[in-house]
Design a protein around this ligand. Structure first.
Ligand code: FAD
Length: 505
């Protein structure tokens, strides 16, 4: 055990990868262990919004909303390939929140966060606007405002890649099983999930970014026996075939005072969610309950002319929010803000992350790095504010130019596939396409544009190890793939890893 990391991050979700990137960029030596695939915890099951959180204004979470509103444009600039602006249509519903309250909330929303790129709120006449066509006739007026949409799982991986570019060592499928105090600070035992091999590493400081497992890590690894710090709240989504043709999303209010979204998803689908219910059990096993399906179908059917039925559902997914337990009585009222807590003393400290949003991960990392400085001394200063994530080294308004340049350079790509590649990899799609003169040059085609060249890139550059990593996190092609196509992909990945002599850690 020769190397001593300054910072060892446990958990490869958005918070862990964001902290690893920031810390590595400041010159700390950084290790990160993720027990499964990067982003396989809560971070890939979100509603995919980079948003201020209009609803949190009702809970007076002004600090969170302001920080998140500012972050929208910071993140949009950092990753204009995987994040894009979206307009949200909020129909005025008689009997729910009064129009003056919506106006006030949206006024604050427009002005709290120093908006520069995103357009402000406007009023829509739903009897003439295309957004009204699919809605029931009772909805005649709406407010339209801005937020952004993100490819959440790819945001995680891009942060991990940039952390690696800056010297961090990332161990995927590697679980922290224990941590004990040592002369250097901490001695950590890591176990490779596939082979069971044990690796020991030393670190001055641990960052516990375990998301829903944060308490488990505290208990099992650091011997903490305090009562639970985290409130686990499940949220589920349904995905149906595309319900409307325009590019805007809907923000719907429900009679229980909750709100939910209907968002254009992966070109051909509509994503509807989410729910809020307290969760017990293993967060890896969260799945949608019957009453959540009814809740979302019934809620959406109050708004759409054509009801949403169970028969329309093509996929569902559920995630568990690791919220800080602030004692709120209802799951929906528990704070979405993050709390950082340093435990331990002297040379062996652990900084625990509770709660937080994808939207605020970069600010969370900055706040956490201030605590790292206090614990082990200063290295570098904040740098991520004006940085670019891999592939996103272009301005927000240059997206169409990037798309047309790639399309012109590789004319054999069809429009859908070209856009898919640019949206996923930005400028880095050239690394996948390098040298190809025809589609056949990209090797075996597994379906829906996924080729051997892309799979090789994902294995060699993005830690993809299984077909689920490729189909459900690095891309969302899983929603379209048949069993046979998945089988072919699995065979290819197995053979490629053998030929390359790649073994699980
Ligand atoms: P996670 O992503 O869960 O990462 C923790 C990681 O730690 C996991 O990958 C896990 O495998 C790993 N791990 C655990 N134990 C160990 C161990 N012993 N060793 C090694 N690794 C370990 N936020 C937004 O900003 N916008 C949204 O639209 C939004 N929608 C949401 C919708 C839903 C339904 C949910 C549930 C959340 C939503 N959020 C949203 C919140 C956001 O998704 C989460 O706050 C965020 O993803 C939490 O990230 P994390 O890194 O803390 O946790």
């Amino acid at each position: 055990m020769s190397k001593v990391y300054d910072v060892f991050v446990v958990g490869g979700g958005i918070n862990g990868c964001g902290v690893a990137r920031d810390a590595a960029g400041r010159g700390y030596s950084v290790g990160l262990a993720e027990m499964n695939d990067l982003g396989s915890g809560t971070s890939s099951w979100s509603t995919k919004l980079i948003h201020g959180g209009l609803r949190y204004l009702e809970h007076y979470e002004f600090r969170l909303v302001r920080e998140a509103l500012i972050e929208r444009e910071v993140l949009l600039r950092m990753a204009p390939h995987i994040i894009r602006p979206m307009r949200f249509v909020l129909p005025y519903h008689k009997g729910m929140r009064p129009a003056w309250l919506l106006r006030l909330g949206l006024f604050l929303y427009d002005h709290l966060g120093g908006r520069k790129l995103l357009p402000g709120t406007r009023v829509l006449n739903l009897t003439s606007d295309p957004a009204g066509e699919v809605l029931r006739n009772q909805f005649t007026k709406a407010f339209e405002y801005s937020d952004c949409i993100v490819n959440d799982a790819r945001l995680v991986v891009l942060n991990a890649m940039d952390a690696r570019n800056k010297g961090a060592e990332i161990f995927t499928r590697t679980k922290l099983i224990s941590a004990r105090k040592s002369a250097d600070g901490w001695a950590l035992r890591l176990q490779a999930s596939e082979t069971g091999t044990i690796r020991e590493v030393a670190a001055k400081l641990i960052v516990n970014a375990g998301g829903p497992w944060v308490d488990e890590i505290l208990r099992a690894a650091a011997g903490e026996n305090k009562a639970a710090n985290v409130r686990l709240v499940q949220g589920s989504h349904i995905v149906i075939r595309r319900k409307f043709d325009h590019p805007k999303a809907y923000f719907f209010q429900n009679s229980d005072e909750r709100i939910f979204f209907a968002i254009p998803y992966e070109q051909d689908y509509t994503l509807i969610g989410t729910t809020d219910r307290d969760f017990e059990g293993d967060p890896s096993n969260a799945s949608i309950a019957e009453d959540e399906i009814s809740y979302l179908c019934d809620g959406a059917s109050q708004y759409f002319k054509d009801p949403v039925t169970r028969g329309d559902i093509v996929w569902t997914f559920s995630g568990v929010r690791p919220l800080y337990d602030d004692g709120a009585s209802k799951a929906q009222e528990a704070t979405r803000d993050y709390v950082l807590r340093t435990d331990g003393s002297g040379d062996a400290r652990v900084i625990n992350i509770f709660g937080g949003k994808i939207t605020t991960y970069r600010r969370l990392a900055e706040a956490l790095l201030a605590k790292v400085e206090d614990a082990i001394g200063l290295r570098g200063s904040p740098w991520t504010m004006n940085s670019a994530l891999p592939g996103g080294e272009f301005a927000v308004d240059e997206y169409e130019d990037v798309l047309s340049t790639i399309s012109a350079s590789y004319p054999f790509l069809d429009v859908t596939n070209c856009e898919r590649l640019v949206r996923a990899y930005g400028l880095k799609c050239r690394e996948i396409l390098a040298g190809a003169k025809s589609f056949e040059d990209m090797g075996e085609h597994f379906g829906h544009g996924l080729t051997a060249a892309e799979v090789r890139y994902l294995i060699s550059q993005e830690w993809a190890w299984t077909s689920a990593d490729v189909l459900w996190r690095r891309s969302k092609l899983g929603i379209r793939f048949t069993q046979e196509q998945t089988g072919r992909l699995e065979t290819y990945m197995r053979e490629y890893k053998q030929v390359q002599n790649l073994a699980a850690e």
